[in-house]
Design a protein. Structure first.
Length: 133
């Protein structure tokens, strides 16, 4: 055991309040607001450097087969740094492109999923997903 070794990420968790949000003067939501929590094997929040790739999908139901399917609406590649995290997690704001903003705006009952893949500097990868409403 090396007390000076950087923390090892075991898994990634999302806040339960991941949502689309409007942060300008128009009526449409502009993106997604969420918080991620890198965790160690004991389930404790840790501060860590890494790269997170987020992918956002709209959940739909086929009008012919009535089965669920996903349509990708956007992706973001973000670097995180250990001084950003802690007990309150790492706050993330993901801005929509124009077409995604329009898709979310026209849906009366929008359902989505946000996936995150965190890669640490040592190459370890952890993934998580959450619902977006």
């Amino acid at each position: 055991f090396d007390p000076n070794a950087p923390p090892q990420v075991a898994y990634l968790d999302f806040t339960t309040f991941t949502t689309t949000d409007n942060w300008d003067a128009d009526a449409n939501d502009d993106g997604i607001i969420t918080t991620i929590y890198p965790k160690n094997s004991a389930g404790e929040d840790i501060k860590i450097d890494g790269r997170v790739i987020f992918t956002f999908y709209q959940l739909k139901i086929s009008e012919t087969t009535y089965k669920d399917y996903k349509e990708e609406l956007g992706s973001w590649d973000i670097n995180i740094y250990e001084d950003e995290g802690g007990l309150l997690g790492i706050k993330i704001k993901l801005k929509f492109g124009q077409s995604t903003e329009e898709i979310v705006a026209r849906e009366e009952f929008f359902r989505g999923e946000l996936y995150a893949k965190l890669t640490t500097p040592d190459g370890k990868t952890v993934e998580a997903k959450t619902n977006v409403y």
